[in-house]
Design a protein around this ligand. Structure first.
Ligand code: ATP
Ligand code: MG
Length: 615
């Protein structure tokens, strides 16, 4: 491992006096207590991960805390991972530390480069790109911290031999079935394996035989020698290494034995000098083994002291959302969605394509809190966060989703045949302070598109929009008075007819002298553009589609996508891919990252203007 290099870290970011304090949580308390007690104050850091001797030769660790985000590259990251990313990276930044991005790639079977790439994309998109190894970091800020657990296989092997030598591990050659029987259960203590009494010499020889490919896959495992009667089943001699002939994406065919996750993970944390190893509650019962292993390795001077500590918090669960990578893969493989980045997917790639912003996700994660007991968060909370970040940033525009033509029968006579009158409206109703207001330009002529639902031949009670004899304003244009409609042979309405009320153009003097009860959105036939608009709805009808072993496929919403051909005003047609906009009255939309192009606009519904969940 390379020579020590200076490792600048984020300066601690104390809250400005007038900034509202961040909501505290138990993890902040733990870190603050460690900082106050100087738990990790005397640690060294060699600039790269390594064993005790490696770090001892390094400088005093400039990072006050080290956290890590350790995804297994066997799928795309999802909303739950965003929580873990936000938590680990923001705690590190807040307390003058660093967060390591670590690919937990110790399982040779399911990991692929595609997933590594997608995880790096997501990290970059969320704004943590300075952690990526091939990105230069700004001077005085973070150096990249991107690691691969498979680079630690040599050390893991060494740690395993150390445990054997210390009579703390043995090679068990029972069948998996015998092992299961001897493990006992919650009420019954386990019983010792007949192989438990092997000598150190014999164990070492058998472990090397495992490594050298002399035993079949599954014929033996290396187990820790702890206590087969422990009330915690995880301490009943857990497996450390298994035999598995598989080509690993990083180490190729070098190994035919691979470490178990429970053995590998604490070691990865220790080699990287992690201080606070934050994971979800399912791992609570693993903590005693985490500490047992690192205590033993520290006693043997293999890893630096004090070693990392594990802390658990409740995983993020969102109603109507599935966050198991295996189940998400099934949705992709069975073509229930168009891919990992389908805008209905809770993956970060999907949320991005749906129009979510990193700011919205961070706001959501922050609001969902960090607690010790699990719960379900409403999907509307996620949507609310997005709406909030788009409210003052997404340019407005008019789009007609279900168009019917409106003909202004007195236009030619009043304005001149073929005349197009230029109109404009602000792109943002409340532009942020210091930002010059931007206007959108469009024009009105004899024919415009309006929403089909904005005309009723016989209006229901209380209806204020177009019906014969009623006046409305075409938003940003003129007041018009409805005179009727034309129909085809089947009785379907083909055109709505109206007359322009003279001298009522929006923004001109006296425009308001004619009072109307409604303004409707519209797009000119002359300058409107056709756009494909993908109207997304929840992917699952059940709030908890996979609860209690239910088949989540059965809960798929058959109407989660409806595609309409809409007409949009010129400013919307000119949006760039991934631009977020508000279709007035309809909601927030995003120009699709993949399919939107100049001359061929494609928009995805990101979120409606109002919360429609549960209604
Ligand atoms: P799966 O079981 O679907 O494969 P995972 O949790 O095993 O998902 P990892 O790649 O191992 O996925 O997760 C990386 C990190 O993200 C872990 O530290 C894990 O605790 C965290 N994480 C995953 N899902 C959630 C969630 N829903 N809420 C909070 N953190 C999560
Ligand atoms: Mg996992």
């Amino acid at each position: 491992m390379s020579a020590p290099t200076p490792s600048p870290v984020h300066p601690a970011a104390p809250h400005a006096p007038n900034e509202p304090a961040k909501p505290s949580n138990f993890l902040r308390h733990v870190i603050e207590a460690d900082l106050a007690q100087g738990t990790y104050a005397n640690r060294h850091w060699a600039g790269t991960p390594g064993d005790a001797a490696h770090h001892a030769a390094g400088m005093a660790d400039p990072a006050k805390v080290r956290t890590r985000f350790p995804p297994e590259p066997n799928g795309y990251l999802h909303i739950g991972h965003a929580k873990s990313i936000w938590l680990n990276f923001s705690l590190a930044q807040e307390y003058g530390g660093v967060c390591h991005l670590r690919f937990d790639d110790t399982n040779p079977e399911k990991e692929e480069q595609e997933y590594v790439d997608s995880i790096r994309d997501a990290i970059e998109w969320l704004g943590y790109e300075t952690y990526l190894a091939d990105r230069p970091s700004a001077p005085g800020t973070l150096q990249p911290h991107e690691y691969f657990a498979s680079n630690y296989f040599d050390f893991m092997y060494r740690a395993a031999e150390y445990l054997i030598t210390a009579d703390l591990a043995y090679v068990d050659e029972q069948t998996p079935e015998q092992m299961r029987l001897h493990r006992g259960d919650f009420n019954t203590p386990g019983t010792d394996s007949p192989f438990r009494a092997r000598t150190v010499t014999e164990n070492l020889a058998r472990f090397r035989a495992m490594r050298d490919g002399q035993l079949e896959d599954g014929a033996a495992v290396l187990r820790a020698k702890i206590d087969m009667a422990s009330p915690n089943i995880n301490l009943r001699d857990p497996a450390l290494y298994r035999i598995r002939r598989a080509t690993h994406h990083n180490t190729g065919d070098k190994w035919c034995i691979y470490p178990m996750y429970t053995f590998a993970h604490p070691i990865e944390d220790a080699l990287e000098q992690i201080t606070h190893s934050i994971c979800t509650l399912e791992f609570e019962d693993q903590r005693p083994f985490y500490d047992w292993l690192l205590d033993r390795l520290a006693e043997g001077n293999l890893i630096a002291s004090p070693h990392p500590r594990q802390y658990e918090f409740a995983r993020l669960n969102v109603n109507h959302v599935i966050t198991s990578k295996r189940k998400l893969r099934q949705l992709v493989e069975e073509s229930h969605v168009s891919g990992w980045d389908d805008p209905r997917m809770p993956t970060l790639a999907g949320l991005r394509r749906r129009g979510y912003t990193p700011e919205a996700l961070k706001l959501f994660c922050e609001r969902s809190g960090v607690t010790k007991s699990g719960g379900w968060i409403e999907y509307s909370s996620l949507e609310g966060s997005l709406r909030e970040t788009l409210e003052n940033t997404a340019h407005r525009g008019m789009a007609v989703l279900h168009p019917v033509k409106l003909v202004l029968t007195n236009w030619d006579e009043l304005m001149g045949a073929g005349h197009l009158e230029p109109c404009s409206l602000p792109a943002l109703p409340h532009p942020p302070e210091g930002v010059a207001p931007v206007l959108r330009h469009f024009s009105i002529g004899k024919e415009v598109w309006i929403e089909r639902e904005d005309f009723e031949e016989v209006p229901p009670k209380g209806y204020k929009r177009l019906f014969p004899g009623n006046k409305v304003r075409l938003k940003g244009g003129y007041v018009i008075e409805c005179t009727g409609c034309t129909k085809d042979a089947t009785g379907a309405i083909t055109e709505v007819l109206a007359t322009v009320v003279p001298d009522t153009k929006s923004g001109t003097p006296g425009a308001d002298t004619v009072k109307v009860k409604a303004a409707i959105t519209w797009v000119g036939v002359a300058d409107g553009a056709q756009a494909e608009v993908r109207m997304y709805d929840r992917l699952f009808l059940d709030a908890q589609p996979d609860a209690g072993g239910k088949d989540f496929i059965e809960s798929l919403n058959p109407n989660s996508l409806k595609v309409v051909t809409a007409i949009v005003e010129p400013s919307l047609a000119n949006a760039v891919a991934e631009q977020k906009v508000q279709f007035e009255r309809h909601g927030y939309f995003v120009a699709d990252k993949v399919d939107h192009a100049a001359g061929k606009p494609v928009f995805n519904l990101a979120v409606g203007l109002k919360d429609s969940w549960g209604k």
